[in-house]
Design a protein around this ligand. Structure first.
Ligand code: SAM
Length: 368
């Protein structure tokens, strides 16, 4: 482990966030003290939320076309450089196993790897679905980092253990050229498990299909007459299997459908929420029914369960709110609480180097 010998000003960490989305990763890194300078995304819908809520620039560009000089400009000349990025995870999710080998986005991790080699940042981090660690493309990424003299650690974490009010398992990788690095353990972060009630229990009541007058994002999708009966028959933590026969969808009556109990459910007040997906605002898309009210959770409630603060803006004020677009931005985000833990781990690593011990001495977990 090398001791940190440099000027304290150089301890400042400047970051570029590739695949920045609406800014879940950037927002959490910034909370931990990382100075995020630039976010890059191919989706124009990300620009407004990214820049309106974060003190960083936004570059609308494909990472495939990004060059090291674009990054150098953002990093500037002094300080430590962090290249962060979470390539789209649909390619690796459980539901898309067949698409994985042919999906063009498969290559985006390779472009991330190319940029690491070209720009040689001091620090690298990525977060993704846990299945990514079983893919060759991930092993290649780790091997390239190691060959470029990075210390690499990765592990699957349960976001609940870090106080995120949501069941979400994610793969987090940290790499440093400066010495061994690791994600701080839940006990070092010291946040207790949070429930749906603690996160959204004080939100104003809403009817399905209505919008809160004080916050246009606190709006709930309409329900068909059948879905109104279904949600009324749903109990917190239950499934469509609890319903009377006449409410059960034909596809669920077939043998194959019976293997999908995780749709049309209601959340429990006393538990963390299920994984917030891009379609969390629709009752039929998962266990996204409100614990008590006869509706799916609102866009704002989904954003809060992803750790965004209550005032986070997702759409320009002059634009109508497009549920699919906002739902995608929210569901795709890295939960802010997890992003902050990533940032705190990096800050602890740098502080440790300065004191000549790093944050690796409390024992490593899985190390690639
Ligand atoms: C998992 S999301 C990232 C979420 C973000 N880190 C956050 O915390 O909010 C992946 C992002 O990659 C973007 N994306 C997909 N293909 C891309 C490409 N070729 N270049 C840049 N961004 C791309 C998508 O638009 C999406 O916003």
């Amino acid at each position: 482990m090398q001791a940190w010998k440099g000027n304290p000003r150089k301890r400042r960490i400047r970051a570029v966030d590739l695949f920045c989305g609406a800014g879940g990763l950037t927002y959490g890194l910034a909370k931990a003290g990382v100075d995020v300078k630039l976010g890059v995304d191919i989706d124009p819908a990300c620009e407004f939320p990214y820049t309106a809520n974060n003190g960083a620039l936004f570059l609308l560009k494909s990472v495939e076309d990004l060059q090291a000089r674009d990054l150098q400009k953002a990093f500037g000349r002094s300080g430590l450089r962090l290249l962060a990025g979470c390539p789209p995870c649909q390619t690796f999710s459980t539901y898309n196993q067949k698409a994985a080998s042919t999906d063009k986005r498969w290559w985006l991790l390779r472009h991330f790897s190319r940029l690491v080699q070209e720009a040689a940042p001091d620090l690298v981090t990525t977060e993704n679905v846990r299945r990514l660690q079983d893919q060759d493309v991930f092993n290649e990424f780790v091997a390239t980092l190691k060959a470029s003299q990075y210390h690499v650690t990765y592990d699957v974490v349960n976001c609940e253990d870090y106080g995120v009010p949501q069941h979400r398992h994610r793969l987090v990788l940290l790499a440093s050229k400066l010495g061994p690095i690791r994600l701080l353990a839940p006990s070092e972060i010291g946040r207790s498990r949070r429930t749906v009630k603690e996160a959204i229990g004080d939100m104003p009541s809403l009817e399905a299909g209505s919008v809160d007058s004080a916050d246009p994002l606190h709006q709930a999708s309409t329900l068909s007459p059948t879905n109104r009966l279904r949600i009324a028959a749903s109990r917190p933590g239950g499934t469509w299997r609890d319903w009377e026969e006449n409410l059960i969808a034909d596809c669920h009556k077939r043998t194959t459908g019976k293997t999908y109990p995780s749709v049309y459910g209601r959340m429990c007040w006393e538990e963390p929420a299920p994984t917030i997906t891009t379609e969390f605002f629709a009752f039929g898309s998962g266990r996204f029914g409100h614990p008590q009210q006869q509706r799916a959770i609102s866009l704002r409630e989904g954003a809060i369960l992803q750790g965004f603060p209550e005032g986070y803006k997702f759409s320009p004020p002059e634009e109508p709110i497009y549920k699919k677009k906002v739902g995608r931005l929210i569901g795709n985000a890295v939960p802010v609480g997890l992003s902050e833990v990533i940032g705190l781990s990096i800050m602890s690593h740098i502080a440790g180097l300065r004191m000549g011990k790093g944050n690796a001495d409390a024992g490593e977990r899985s190390c690639g």
